[in-house]
Design a protein around this ligand. Structure first.
Ligand code: PGA
Length: 245
């Protein structure tokens, strides 16, 4: 499987930031891992041509292909920009927009139907972890959010503890190992053999300084990176660490 270094710019970035994508592509023009940037929606079309070496994805899609949904974008529309991925069910969308597992499942289905690769995000809150409920929460999210049609080619899972996102806190390597092994096992029961090759990303405060340790954990096949993906300078060492893993 080709590992994946994915950047999620969230609601950051204007046209002048496209140069960061071009720089990353130039620095990794023969990368042994897949490199992805998910910029905000208004940058999708120019981002697609910013570098032939960086794939582009959206940060959300609607579950319907078209219709009266002001402010939303559909998976076929994202595909039409030349983007190839879409993140669904990020914890910020689950929190800010009340997205449920069923909604995330419908979005992931729409994404795959449109020919996009869906990155489905799951992760426990600090309260879940303190309550010893982490694995139960992950099981529930996987069962609810990952559609039956998901394959290793069409779908990526991002494990992002909510309390580690944008906080500088990361779980211990043992905690990451436990979560990723559990996710692989659960997906195998849920989807069958395809789960063996499905890429499982870790996300939450990944930086150049902790990336190598995280990528050495079994069943960590890449990262979903927020803050440290905004500049080529910060993202490059993470990609290098993944290539060396
Ligand atoms: P962070 O965000 O790297 O800034 O913690 C990760 C994410 O939300 O995908």
């Amino acid at each position: 499987m080709r590992k994946l270094a994915a950047g999620n710019w969230k609601m950051n970035g204007t046209q002048s930031d496209l140069a960061q994508i071009t720089q990353i592509g130039a620095a990794f023009d023969a990368a042994s891992v897949d490199i992805l940037i998910c910029p905000p929606a208004q940058l999708l079309i120019p981002a697609v041509t910013a570098s032939p070496h960086v794939a582009i994805g959206a940060q959300d899609c609607h579950a319907s292909a078209s219709g009266a949904h002001t402010g939303d974008m559909s998976a076929p529309q994202i595909h039409d920009t030349g983007a190839t991925y879409v993140i669904v069910g990020h914890s910020e969308r689950r929190t800010d927009h009340g997205e449920t597992d069923a909604m995330v499942n419908a979005k992931a289905t729409a994404a795959v139907d449109a020919g996009l690769i869906a990155i489905i995000c799951i992760g426990e809150t600090l309260q879940d972890r303190d309550n010893g409920a982490t694995l139960n929460v992950l099981a529930q999210q996987l069962t609810g959010s990952v559609p039956a049609l998901a394959t290793a080619q069409s779908t990526v899972i991002a494990y992002e503890p909510v309390w580690a996102i944008g906080t500088g806190l990361i779980p211990t390597l043992d905690q990451i190992a436990q979560a990723h092994a559990f996710i692989r096992e659960h997906l195998t029961a849920q989807l069958g053999a395809t789960a063996a090759d499905m890429r499982l990303l870790y996300g939450g405060s990944v930086k150049g300084s902790n990336a190598a340790d995280i990528f050495a954990v079994p069943h960590v096949d890449g990262a979903l990176v927020g803050g440290a993906s905004l500049s080529a300078q910060d993202f490059a060492p993470i990609i290098t660490a993944l290539q060396n893993a």
